[in-house]
Write a new protein. Structure first.
Length: 382
């Protein structure tokens, strides 16, 4: 019985192998078609991944020297060169295609002049003649499956920030590492807090008779909370909304008994406002692509910022405190319009979590201030 089984397997082995080859060829062809569709949709990273999967399947199925592998290398060269702007890696992919099928011809729909120039250089370095633009999707070999990619898109490829792979990191090189910036999850949440200082001028908010006689910098309060939500439009550009919730501390109430006409309730004490709220729309540009990512931001928004100012020379002398015998520390209001630049540093602990520290500065008007906050906290991406 065992002998019969072995004989049957020996007879059927070629057919089984051919069936496996046909399935692998069909799968590689399908991956090529999907990759070209992704390329036309400007999804260059997805196109590269599909072609990488096709090349891996060729290697596992013993098709690494088959014309379909050559065609896959050619398509990888197009994606790397035109999509991801990686000319050297694209040229290497063209050379690999030529090593497998020396008479491979560029696909007619992909005969972009930039591709043709690089392909001609690859042909020249391989010792072959200048190719024409014949439409032979499978390259040389009659049994190569036909792949008909869509026409080259007329839109300009999106820019990609360079990222250099280590010279000996072949896997990074094969995956398009040189010139490709890792995108990461697009949504962002920042949970930050800190303190701020700003230029205060004008009059006290609760008791306008108190005028700032020596304008200068004053603290905005003990602390402000600055939660932020945003979205990475590109790996280097984030748009976001930041809430600034300021907690005011250290002020002294006005004693209304010493202020004719004031009405501050039954206890006759006029307290300053305990907080201030502002909302900023921000655009942030990031540099680098590894653990440390400095960034620059621009912000615009509206709301209120309050500064605590010491008024030593009230018109009628000390009028603050429960007994009305203290000098006043009262708030001066600024805003409600704010614009200004900022800068910070994101330390990426992982793809989804990081530590962030930043300085945000704003000009406020028509009630003027030049104000800056120092904030620190954590950043989440998902």
């Amino acid at each position: 019985m065992t002998t019969l089984v072995l004989l049957a397997l020996a007879v059927l082995a070629p057919d089984i192998a051919r069936a496996a080859d046909e399935r692998a060829l069909a799968k590689v062809t399908d991956l090529n078609v999907k990759a070209i569709q992704a390329y036309e949709a400007l999804e260059f990273d997805r196109a590269r991944k599909l072609l990488k999967e096709a090349l891996d399947l060729c290697a596992k199925s013993g098709l690494e020297k088959h014309p379909i592998a050559a065609r896959t290398h050619f398509h990888m060269g197009v994606v790397l060169m035109l999509g991801l702007k990686q000319k050297e890696l694209g040229a290497k992919q063209f050379q690999k295609a030529l090593e497998i099928t020396p008479d491979i011809k560029p696909t007619k729909n992909l005969d972009n002049p930039e591709v043709m120039e690089a392909f001609n250089e690859a042909v020249g370095s391989a010792g072959e003649g200048t190719p024409d633009t014949g439409n032979q999707p499978g390259g040389g070999g009659a049994d190569a499956p036909t792949v008909n990619p869509p026409a080259y898109p007329p839109r300009a490829p999106r820019p990609v920030r360079p990222r250099t792979c280590p010279p000996d990191d072949d896997d990074c090189q094969e995956q398009g590492g040189d010139g490709e910036e890792k995108a990461g999850p697009p949504f962002f949440i920042g949970l930050m807090g800190g303190s701020g200082w700003g230029y205060a001028t004008g009059f006290a908010e609760v008791y306008p008779a108190n005028k700032v006689t020596a304008p200068g910098f004053a603290q905005s309060g003990l602390v402000q909370l600055a939660p932020e939500v945003g979205y990475f439009v590109t790996p280097s550009l984030r748009i976001s909304l930041q809430l600034r919730f300021q907690i005011v501390s250290g002020t002294t109430p006005i004693n209304a008994r010493n202020v004719p006409g004031a009405n501050c309730g039954t206890d006759m004490l006029c307290d300053d406002f305990p907080n201030a709220v502002a909302v900023l729309a921000r655009a942030s540009w990031f540099f680098g692509s590894d653990t440390f990512r400095p960034y620059f931001s621009a912000a615009a928004g509206g709301g209120q910022i309050r500064h605590s100012v010491l008024f030593k020379n009230a018109p009628s002398g000390p009028i603050c405190g429960a007994a009305g015998n203290q000098v006043c520390v009262n708030t001066v209001l600024s805003g409600p319009v704010f614009v200004g630049p900022g800068a910070g540093l994101l330390i990426a602990i992982s793809e989804n979590f990081g530590i962030i520290a930043e300085m945000q500065s704003v000009l406020g008007f028509p009630k003027f201030t030049f104000h800056f906050d120092l904030n620190a906290g954590v950043a989440l991406r998902f």
